[in-house]
Design a binder for this molecule. Sequence first.
Ligand code: ADP
Ligand code: MG
Length: 449
Amino acid sequence: MSIVISEAVDYAIGNGLVKYNTRFELTHAPFSLTPCPVSRELLGQLSDLTPVANGVWIKIANDPAFLKSTLEKTARTDGFVRNLLNLLPLDDHFSQRQLLISRNDFLLSAGTGESSRQVPKQVEFNTISNSFLALSRQISLLHRHLYRRGLITAEPIPNDPLEAAVDTMAAVIRSYDTVAPCLLMVVQEREQNIFDQRALEFRLLEKHGYPTCRMTLKEISEKGSLQEGHLKIDGYTAALTYFRAGYSPDDYPGDTEWKARSLIEHSSSVKCPSVGMQLAGTKKIQQLLGQADILRMFADEAASKMINDTCVGLYTLDEQVGGLTASEKARQSPARYVLKPQREGGGNNLYGSEMKTALENLTEEQQHAYILMERIISTPAPSALVVEATCEEIPSISEIGRYGVCFADGKTLIENRDIGYLVRTKSSDKDEGGVCAGYACLNSLCLKA
Ligand code: ADP
Ligand code: MG
């Protein structure tokens, strides 16, 4: 193993840049040794967009009538969306405190024609269970170490979304104003990315003195109860409930888990995110926001322009696109589209021949569970990617996420800001992008020379 790789792996393991692999053995998280170069202008554009997008999504989450009417057809064939819709409050004018920890993900689209300028295009706006708040800091620290040692030439841009998220969570818990408050972290039973979650938990206690109860939905159903609206658990009051699970149907094997979710939703615990916000983060809502008149319902002109500038084509399957339906178009040119169901967590989208087969076989009703998205084509650049201590130099593309926090009381935004970034770099021949799903490596940003 070369000096740089062995030192990088030792640094990673020594500083919590770790996860479990699929066999549940401890390993370093996959990482890149080649920070991703971006211009100052691009950095500014993406970080300026974070509070704007947060504001738009808070408005959508606060509009149950809109969510119900627009997701109604999807819910007819998608039982998961249906169950979430059933948890929405009935009152159209309800007001609630909620915390959004968002991540707006972008790919850099290769410039067309004579322009070689790369433009950021939105992959999706994530509203639930955004991971790597801690590990994205650790990868920037690893790169800083290697840079100072002269082992890499690019200096990473400092990044600490964890600290900002922890401070905001502490402010939320403080504002709940109760004795024995805790953060209730909803988790999956076997979590490969547990150290990313633990770092948040440990920092919240260390810096702000607030403990965390880590529980699965099943455990919450056994231990949680409502007392005068408060969610009581293990002798604590869950001031803030933070979902690092609950975004996938797999997290709800039966009624027990849905009962736990309902208990949380009916309590006065501040939710991160609210069920409305989870629904606002579906691909279907993203597709609707691609329509200028719908986007304008939630965004003023300036915000609409900023968001619209990063949008690619988003379609329902039966929509007319140049004389054909979008579904027919995608079957004609599968390389130019991605087929997406209403799922989070990676590995659910369909590409190429798999997409074509699915499009040929979906019934009219099933079509409403999906959207079609134009494929964003990035220009590959060589990167050194380290997976399980083995380095490979391969043509790669990078996906850049901007993290944001937004603490809202009804329509009032108490805090709303950009808190840092995530870069995931993957081999250019891979369609999907998740780090824990085994597709991508953590990376940092550096300024373009
Ligand atoms: P999930 O909710 O499962 O994370 P995403 O919409 O983020 O779903 O898609 C997963 C991955 O697929 C992304 O991280 C990205 O790498 C790739 N991807 C998604 N949409 C596109 C697109 N329009 N063009 C190119 N790649 C895409
Ligand atoms: Mg995603």
